[in-house]
Design a protein around this ligand. Structure first.
Ligand code: FEO
Length: 385
């Protein structure tokens, strides 16, 4: 196997939503058998020429197969040029992926060949074995196993947005952080599918895990154990506290609740929603037991930044067990109702919100103490704290 992908050092945003503080890579792999040659995944269309140059430098004049493990354009964008450049190459993919590649106008039907779960394609002395793995994170994904070299190609699954000159994960602390953030942003809503796929690949002999973003893993157990932990039902003695404040009332409440939780031995991950990193908030949601959203009332409703945080948490479906709200209002409003209504996907027990009329008074601070005490009790029920 030879890496022929592209490192996108300067990319700073994905999906026009997710910050990429450390860039990313689009990994593309060349597998040469004694009779045929395959390329596994392409790269983003913006870096097609890098991949094409790498293939030329590797002396590749003919490709027999281009395996498209997943149709999202950061892996399939370059395939449009590749099928022109390598007219003999067949594009191998799941049925769903082929359908999407057609819809994205990347490959014509006559160049495609569907592969099924467990199907094998021989390259001569090497074999590609395909494993259907839908919903990590699209319905089309397949993994590719190369048994002779004990390499599992996993596309987005087990990957990380990390531009680095290290082909393999050498700095595991850095890769852990990047992979957890990536899991939070992309994979977390599909926790149950992830657990199923992890179970399924347990039976394979794997020396190398080769995702299509970030470094490869020579210690497969490092990333497999991390995913097993993140996707498990286990939560940590932590409260995620995203809040926004206009005139200081909600901030005073956030400060007070933070202290009250810390005094009870509960870790707090705070995010001022006027200046934060969406990826860091997503990552904090991976294993926190409780989320408390703080919002003032504006135009009779929740602050849009607080609503955005609620919508994001709802979309990411963290395994959080408890949720609550804190905030303030001047005369009336539907702030609490709007935020609660934005969280239908979360399987949480809602704890009574603490809402102050105007600047928080003693009775509001006492209510925050009671909220902190209730959170402590709930965490203890789960065996934490
Ligand atoms: Fe890296 Fe879902 O694309």
């Amino acid at each position: 196997m030879q890496w022929v992908g592209a490192i996108d050092w300067d990319r700073r945003l994905f999906d026009a939503l997710i910050p990429l503080p450390r860039g990313t890579s689009y990994n593309s792999y060349l597998v040469r058998g004694s009779e045929r040659t395959a390329l596994i995944d392409g790269v983003d269309a913006t870096m097609s020429d890098v991949l094409i140059d790498n293939l030329a430098a590797a002396g590749i004049e003919k490709l027999d197969y281009i395996v498209s493990q997943h149709a999202e354009q950061d892996h399939s964008g370059a395939i449009k040029k590749l099928v022109e450049l390598y007219p003999q190459a067949k594009v191998l993919a799941s049925g769903k992926c082929l359908e999407l590649l057609t819809k994205f106008d990347l490959v014509r039907k006559e160049r495609m060949q569907e592969v099924k779960d467990k199907e094998r394609i021989s390259l001569g002395n090497k074999t590609l074995e395909f494993i259907s793995a839908p919903w990590v994170h699209w319905p089309d994904t397949i993994l590719t196993y190369l048994p002779e070299d004990r390499i599992l190609f996993t596309c987005d699954f087990l990957g990380s947005h990390l531009a680095t000159s290290d082909l393999y994960a050498l700095d595991e602390a850095l890769v852990y952080e990047s992979a957890k953030r990536y899991y939070a942003e992309i994979m977390m809503p599909f926790r149950q599918n992830i657990l199923r796929h992890l179970e399924r690949i347990k039976g394979l002999s794997i020396d190398i895990i080769a995702p299509s973003h970030g470094p490869l893993h020579r210690r497969p157990e490092f990333i497999l154990n991390a995913y097993g932990d993140w996707a498990s039902d286990g939560v940590k003695n932590e409260v995620v506290l995203p809040y926004v404040s206009m005139h200081g009332s909600t901030r005073v409440m956030a400060d007070y609740l933070t202290e009250a939780l810390m005094a009870r031995g509960i870790a707090v991950k705070r995010f001022d929603l006027t200046d934060y990193d969406v990826g860091e908030l997503a990552e904090a949601l991976v294993d926190a037991a409780t989320v408390v959203i703080g919002s003032p009332t504006i135009l009779a409703g929740a602050h849009p930044q607080a609503l955005f945080a609620a919508i994001l948490a709802n979309a990411l479906r963290p395994k959080t067990r408890f949720a609550s709200l804190i905030g303030s209002y001047g005369w009336a409003g539907r702030m609490a109702e709007q935020i609660t209504a934005a969280l239908p996907n979360l399987k949480v027990r809602l704890l009574d919100p603490v809402l102050a009329k105007g600047y928080p008074r003693d009775e509001d601070l006492r209510a925050l103490d009671r909220l902190a005490e209730e959170i402590l009790a709930k965490h203890r029920e789960l065996g934490m704290a």
